[in-house]
Design a protein around this ligand. Structure first.
Ligand SMILES: CCCCC/C=C\C/C=C\C/C=C\C/C=C\CCCC(=O)SCCNC(=O)CCNC(=O)[C@H](O)C(C)(C)COP(=O)(O)OP(=O)(O)OC[C@H]1O[C@@H](n2cnc3c(N)ncnc32)[C@H](O)[C@@H]1OP(=O)(O)O
Length: 382
């Protein structure tokens, strides 16, 4: 027994019982209807104007009406209002974007953020994913993304993120993001989002047997040891002490000592420094950011030698999120490099939580070359 419901309202209706078939709007009228179930919602939740909603109840319908002034309660505490939380971590500041227009955002490279010669690749991925996430129904979470680095970004100018809404389906949504500097597209990302769903389950990947993070040193402690270890020549120690050192917003603990630094693999624990807001979208942006820090460098491990200077840049990066992420708790990053050839190093990664659950799978290809001496007037890239 199906019955049509036409109503004019600006509140949100949450379904408590029954199924509802909903042609969402006029543009989608030619597409097959999609079905809303218990706890799905429809309506607009705006107080600017009254909208028409056209749905078909497939059986007796019971709804909870949420008046528009309470619509914000459906939004989780998100990265886009992070500035309202005084104690937010440095990572939330790095990923914070300024909305400029519908689907257009501005990101910055903060002085406290890790920078390299060019904008850090993980910053592009994290910020672009944050921009895409802001345009997607908050019940849908990113499950995969694919990024390409086109031009080295300039740390000294803002980055404009333009989001294209490629598709909004009932279960999935797809977004394309272009990052621009000086009018040039320097980075692109395509990301797919999905509503939570129950389905088939298995995990064939096994977490390697490594020491727990509490028994290992972090990067800062390794550096401290190098500065004070009398086995290193004093010239080396003085030089290392003079180098500007900005602690990364990600804490890392390496599972193997320097003896294994020539293996085309690396295992390390990591977590975000400071407490993050309780927002799954933010936690996924944070791990996406962290995933580019020590990834493609593993493809150089078998080729490392004294005095080697390299020119390395991430070319592309893909992530699949299998399960919910907690970026401020320890995760094990297991990296392998099956191949380096033709100036390109290829790496694959897996991230496990402490319970051994496989949370994410990743791949990346990077340009890996011996550094050539710079000419007197290098061509500007932007
Ligand atoms: C066991 C314990 C281990 C413990 C480890 C412990 C500690 C580790 C600690 C620290 C590790 C530190 C850092 C690692 C962390 C993070 C890594 C971050 C990675 C990134 O965040 S990465 C940023 C994102 N990714 C990009 O931003 C790429 C954007 N995309 C492009 O940039 C272009 O798409 C390109 C270049 C790919 C193709 O562009 P194209 O087709 O035009 O390429 P082309 O070959 O012509 O080079 C063009 C110009 O690149 C320069 N160039 C080329 N080859 C060179 C060489 N060999 N030497 C010197 N310069 C070179 C010249 O300037 C040349 O220009 P010119 O010819 O005028 O000289």
């Amino acid at each position: 027994m199906a019955s049509n419901i036409f109503c004019y309202f600006n509140d949100i209706l949450i379904i408590l019982k029954a199924e509802v078939s909903a042609p969402a709007n006029a543009e989608e009228a030619n597409r097959p209807d999609y079905v809303l179930n218990k706890y799905d919602y429809f309506g607009y939740g705006t107080n600017s104007s009254v909208h028409q909603v056209n749905v078909v109840a497939l059986s007796k319908l019971t709804c909870f009406i949420l008046p528009n002034q309470y619509g914000h309660l459906l939004q989780p505490k998100t990265i886009w209002n992070a500035e309202e939380t005084p104690e937010h971590s440095l990572l939330e500041q790095i990923l914070h974007l300024e909305p400029l227009e519908v689907d257009i955002f501005r990101g910055f490279t903060l002085p406290e953020a890790p920078t390299f010669r060019q904008v850090f690749g993980g910053q592009f991925i994290g910020q672009a994913l944050a921009a895409a996430s802001k345009t997607v129904d908050c019940l849908k979470m990113v499950h995969s993304l694919h990024a390409i680095f086109l031009v080295a970004g300039d740390n000294n100018i803002p980055i404009i993120y333009q989001v294209h809404r490629a598709r909004d389906g009932s279960s999935f949504a797809t977004r394309k993001v272009e990052a621009k500097q000086k009018g040039l597209v320097v980075f692109t990302l395509i990301a797919s989002f999905q509503k939570e769903e129950v389905g088939f389950e298995h995990q064939a990947a096994i977490m390697p047997d490594v020491p727990p993070p509490e028994q290992l040193l972090n990067l800062e402690e390794i550096r401290e040891r190098r500065l004070t270890d009398p086995r290193f020549p004093s010239q080396y120690r003085n030089l290392a002490a003079k180098k500007k050192f900005i602690p990364w917003p990600i804490e890392m603990r390496f599972c193997e000592g320097s003896a294994s630094q020539h293996k085309p693999s690396l295992n390390y624990w990591f977590r975000a420094r400071g407490k993050l807001s309780d927002d799954q979208a933010l936690h996924r942006c944070v791990v996406a950011y962290a995933s580019d820090l020590l990834f493609s460098g593993v493809s150089l491990n078998p080729h490392r030698e004294k005095g080697l200077k390299t020119y390395c840049l991430s070319l592309d990066h893909s992530i699949w999120f299998h399960k919910p992420v907690k970026a401020d708790e320890w995760m094990l990053y297991v990296i392998e490099s099956p191949s380096a050839h033709g100036g390109r190093g290829f790496v694959t990664g897996r991230m496990f939580n402490r319970q051994g659950e496989l949370i994410m799978s990743l791949t990346q290809e990077a340009l890996i070359r011996r550094e050539k001496p710079r000419g007197p007037n290098p061509r500007p890239k932007l």
